[in-house]
Design a protein around this ligand. Sequence first.
Ligand code: NAP
Length: 284
Amino acid sequence: MDYRELGRTGWKVPALGQGAWGIGGFYGRDDSRDAEAIAALKLGIELGMTLIDTAEAYGAGHSEEVVGMAIADAKVEVFVATKVSPEHLSYESVIRSAKASLSRLNIKTIDLYQIHWPNPRIPIRETMRAMEKLVKDGLVRFIGVSNFSVSEMEEAMASLAREEIVSNQVEYSLLDRGIEDDLLPFCEKEKITVIAYSPLARGKLSEPRRHLERRKADILQKLADKYGKTPSQIALNWVTRRLSVIAIPKAVKTEHVKENAGSVGWFMSPEDYEELSKVFSRHR
Ligand SMILES: NC(=O)c1ccc[n+]([C@@H]2O[C@H](COP(=O)([O-])OP(=O)(O)OC[C@H]3O[C@@H](n4cnc5c(N)ncnc54)[C@H](OP(=O)(O)O)[C@@H]3O)[C@@H](O)[C@H]2O)c1
């Protein structure tokens, strides 16, 4: 596993974590695949993907419960990231949500607590006051945001008195490169980690022949053959190339977990990286 510094905290996190959207349900609770999901998360931890990302909204809270079960007897330290929903951003609601997440996760400290989406109806200063209180009380280690634009980040950063924003979780993959215009350069300048969600474009990049136009499918397959990897591994290797980015693919199938774990710990050549970036460029 490769490791990256989280923001400027000095903490190392794996370049590849595990996403938990859909584990324990999507919009509502679904416990029909709990055993499979717990086994997948445990295998991922064993393979070094020791950062797990969930949210109070996922599976109406059940995702956090499943993550809690998966990490309960972990032999290594697991870095747990969860999120507070945009409708819970008032001071009291943030505190209440964090305590409820801690209880569902069955842990004492949330390593990374992220604002899931901005909410313009609640002053960010009020939300950040609650976030800093959670850090002061030891219930949260680091503060992050998700789906924040550059201007929303600037406002959020200016609202913090003692702590820093260490990460912004946003969509980023070969098929969605919108952050490259301004958000990614901003985060790199400020030393804020980008946590790339949907790094496989929800599975589209795993089946290039089925979902992608021919020249994109061709280059993914060409590089997969060259490096003895799969298209998914090439796509994840590309997304985690920058030291400022970590990715959190979601997988419940054992073979997917193993495959994803093999996407880091090696680098494609700079020439291949450039060629791949060019073929998937938005500006062609
Ligand atoms: N902050 C936000 O607003 C936000 C939004 C979306 C997602 N997220 C986070 O990001 C995580 C990942 O994003 P995502 O779930 O949207 O998309 P994703 O990780 O790009 O794709 C997940 C899908 O790809 C499949 N898959 C995974 N590895 C594969 C492989 N090696 N080969 C073939 N198929 C593979 C999975 O199947 P199986 O599960 O069947 O293995 C699943 O259907 C989420 O779980 C969540 O934690 C955050």
